[in-house]
Ligand binder design. Structure first.
Ligand code: ADP
Ligand code: MG
Length: 263
């Protein structure tokens, strides 16, 4: 059974999670996550494999439903709509509309293999948002310039390096003009020499004021651009604070142990 409270929807915050629980059958994966992401904030989420980081991002992006607690994104409750003081489960098209405002970049660059770089970027704004082709093309070219890949506009994904593909994936997400960008270990599948070019694009995006939640083991990125760092383990937030607090002076032994292993 799901219990929700509409008070999670408040302005000034892009994401508000209050005591969020998520179970798959009898496996409780998130055991009461409480955290806020302010508009314009860059949050990095750290934690060992299996701690629930991806599940939490998937909840924010409406790819899972919560088991209990409250979650709002961009001032709206995830999964529910309020009308006449009652909560109704969202319908498919309402969920789609909310998801269209959130960009997500995964570990694997799942670009459409049969489309060129430019077609990949133009697909959703035309297909989902029904925006005019000329306008979308112009924006796509600007985005390609921003990620340093204008000369690859007519290339197919298979001819690109992993780092280039991931930069296209970021441009593709940005083409939807999202209010929030989620990154789930965007550099984990890359050869080490390709990690830097993707992080540079993400840093540029962070500086532009985009609200971002980034799951990553790149401590350097977290230290340089994150406003806040959250360390999760076993479905709970163990420690949260500034990069200085969590990465340089972690208080909890579990955080200390993790940081010493990934540095
Ligand atoms: P992380 O991203 O931190 O590595 P995940 O959120 O992917 O962790 O997974 C947390 C736990 O939830 C893992 O034990 C994983 O096996 C489990 N899990 C994730 N998704 C599902 C699912 N759809 N069904 C069952 N178990 C799942
Ligand atoms: Mg994960």
């Amino acid at each position: 059974m799901t219990t929700v409270d509409a008070s999670a929807a408040e302005s000034g915050y892009m994401v508000r999670a209050k005591n969020v629980h998520k179970s798959f059958g009898s496996l409780e994966v998130l055991k009461g996550i409480t955290l806020d992401v302010r508009s314009g904030e860059v949050m990095t989420l750290l934690g060992p494999s299996g701690s629930g980081k991806s599940t939490f991002l998937r909840l924010i992006n409406h790819l899972e439903t919560l088991s209990a607690g409250q979650l709002s994104v961009d001032g709206e409750l995830v999964g529910y709509r309020r009308a006449q003081n009652k909560l109704y489960e969202l319908r498919e098209h309402e969920i789609a509309a909310m998801r269209a405002r959130i960009g997500m970049v995964f570990q694997r660059f799942n670009l459409f293999p049969h489309m060129t770089v430019l077609q990949n970027i133009m697909e959703a704004p035309i297909g989902v948002l029904r925006q005019p082709r000329d306008q979308v093309r112009e924006r796509a070219e600007t985005l390609l310039d921003r990620v340093g890949l204008v000369d690859k506009r007519d290339a197919y994904p298979s001819t690109l390096s992993g780092g280039q593909q991931q930069r296209v994936a970021i441009a593709r997400a940005l083409a939807m003009e999202p209010r929030l960008m989620l990154f789930d270990e965007p550099t984990s599948a890359l050869d080490p020499e390709l990690v830097g070019e993707v992080l540079e694009v993400m840093k540029d995006l962070a500086r532009s004021g985009m609200t971002m939640v980034v799951v990553t083991h790149e401590i350097g990125f977290a230290r340089e651009v994150a406003d806040s760092v959250v360390f999760m383990d076993d479905g709970v937030v163990v420690e949260a604070g500034t990069p200085q607090e969590v990465l340089v002076n972690p208080q909890h032994p579990r955080t200390q142990n993790f940081i010493s292993r990934v540095l």
